[in-house]
Ligand binder design. Structure first.
Ligand code: ZN
Length: 256
């Protein structure tokens, strides 16, 4: 067995022994699907102005809205789930997923098959748009058709209010109900697995500490260091898409 297999085997043992497994994912799991991390070199911040992602700018500046529409259009149409997303779906199928908390807005966990009611989206989901006037929600596909016809910043068909991707912008707070549910699930789990998050974006990054405080074991699978590395039972510095399928293989072997 190589080093990665040994680590995968350790993670698999923890999964089998655990009664309630919570998985927490961040941008790192989706970079392998071609979605750039906002902060890495070549990431979105180098091509877009972070100012455009503030709620204030979005609602007051039409040019800024047009730029964002181009970005969201790209995010929502080109990416496919990768082996790490499918591995988490396998965990669910094996009855080993209590809940999946994600910082991502790309809908790739659901596209890989994880049911909506298992996914807690701390930062929303760009597959939906919400009218800031009447709160009506539109599927992105419907609005994308209007973008494709040349509209620069589609508005609400009913009240002509501003349509905003249903993702959390800077200057907006996290959806309280989702955050509370994430904290509650984390406080009750006995194994917490971080995949592809550097745990630096707050308040989302506080969530794993609720699991630690209530005595859960922690696994971290991430390419770079995180502030909680020292508290992890197993720490894997590798790509999620390489590690997670091996973990599932080991879980299946050990479960017989
Ligand atoms: Zn409206």
């Amino acid at each position: 067995m190589d080093k990665l297999d040994t680590l995968a085997s350790k993670v698999a043992e923890l999964i089998i022994k655990a009664k309630r497994v919570v998985v927490f994912t961040g941008a790192g799991i989706s970079t392998e699907s071609g979605i750039p991390d906002f902060r890495s070199p070549g990431g979105i911040w180098e091509r877009f102005d972070p100012e455009d992602f503030t709620y204030q700018k979005f609602v007051t500046d039409a040019a800024s809205r047009s730029r964002l529409w181009q970005l969201f259009r790209g995010l929502a149409t080109t990416a496919e789930p990768n082996p790490a997303h499918y591995a988490i779906f396998e965990l669910y199928r094996l009855g080993k997923l209590d809940s999946l908390i994600t910082q991502n807005v790309d809908n790739l966990h659901q596209r890989a098959g994880v049911p909506d009611d298992k996914v807690l989206e701390l930062h929303g989901n760009v597959q939906w748009l919400v009218c800031l006037g009447c709160r009506r929600r539109y599927p992105f596909e419907q609005v994308k058709a209007r973008l494709d016809r040349g509209e620069e910043a589609p508005d609400c068909e009913i009240c002509h209010g501003i349509l905003k991707p249903d993702a959390v912008f800077f200057g907006e707070s996290l959806p309280e109900k989702v955050l509370n549910e994430a904290i509650s699930r984390s406080s009750r789990c006995d194994l917490f697995i971080v995949i592809g998050s550097t745990l630096v974006v707050y308040p989302a990054a506080y969530v794993p500490t609720y699991a630690l405080d209530s005595g859960a074991k922690l696994v971290i699978i991430n390419l770079s260091a995180t502030p909680l590395d020292g508290q992890a039972q197993v720490l894997v510095r590798a790509k999620a898409g390489e590690v997670m399928p091996r973990v599932i293989l080991k879980v299946r072997e050990k479960m017989g």
